[in-house]
Design a protein. Sequence first.
Length: 154
Amino acid sequence: MAKVYQLEVAGGYSQAQFDDFAHSLLFADNIACVHSSSADGTLNRTIVVTSGVESVAFSDTYYELLADDSQSETAIDIATGKFVDGNLIAVLCTTAEAQEDMRNFVTYLATSGDIHLHIGLCNTTQSQDYTPGIVANNRVIKMMTPSQVQSLGL
């Protein structure tokens, strides 16, 4: 019940593109970093993801499938738009924003630029008086509340 795929870590994914594979990142069994360089010396940073969960619209446009055990993965389409302390989050943002607005997170460096992939927990709550930098800067994001995660029974 798992796909293994390779994905370039890039800060330039649109929200729609990120939505296609973000659930598999939130519930990944394993994420391994692969750093390689091309003949001209260009550094490529990719991750190899093993996940039994995928987004409903999981698209092979953004990744290279490495292995599939031919059993169905759990397809989900649940997310929240409210930035609340304790939410599970995958986001493309700067490291400074992640350090300010997240806790217990892992950073996967992008091939270029200062927008990287971060997966962890929200550390703050959005309110009328406070807007987290990740939200204020309109970052590409996928969040789930603890109750949404629990309801999946994964």
